[in-house]
Design a protein. Structure first.
Lengths: 94, 94
DNA sequence: ATTCTATTTAGAAAATAATCAAAATAGAGC
DNA sequence: GCTCTATTTTGATTATTTTCTAAATAGAAT
């Protein structure tokens, strides 16, 4: 929920690719996992981090879990970057 | 120089604070180090990563090394984020 | 030239993160 | 109720990152 979690989440290339996958549509965990040369458990770990950062939401249907992108979380990152670009003030971070 | 390096660089809170410090003006390595409860060698390590990511530049004067922010590197990050927000196409990453 | 002062580099230790295998959960379909 | 199938959780292992101490560099000042 903090900018720290967001930036940590997108610092990993696997997690960025997951977000890119979800750009257009939802996918079930298994469909996401099949895109990588990683075990489902590993992808599940990445999904958990993305979920904790608020970058994706989950939705259960049958015994599938579908994931959706939530790009609104990026607002905080954008304003942090803008504040640097503009040399203006900005909320402190802990 | 790649988006991967930029995001890795800003995923660490110490490095983000360094960038925030440099938002308004340059500081010498020692002045930066004194802002943290970390040894100068450790801060130097963070400065190296920021420099490698292109987020800061260095400039020597006397026996000091001054660092400056280079926020232009964020362009790539901004366009990646926008592409997610808009659901449009975007260059693939490796 | 020797001695400060500022900073980095090298190497080791500590902390964190990513991965996997195996076990656990949960719901679907018989 | 069982038995699939999809997915997550747990615990262990490996890999990466952060931090430190000690040594190295470099230029300034005596």
């Amino acid at each position: 929920m903090a900018i720290s979690d967001t930036l940590k989440a997108i610092s990993d290339p696997v997690r960025r690719q997951i977000l890119e996958l979800l750009r257009k549509q939802s996918y079930a965990a298994g469909e996401i996992a099949s895109q990588f040369e990683l075990k489902p458990a590993t992808v599940s770990y990445h999904l958990k981090l993305l979920k904790e950062a608020g970058l994706i939401t989950e939705r259960k249907d049958k015994n599938f879990i579908y994931y959706d992108l939530n790009a609104s979380v990026f607002e905080e990152v954008l304003s942090w970057i803008y504040s640097l670009k503009m040399g203006g003030e900005h909320d402190e971070q802990k």
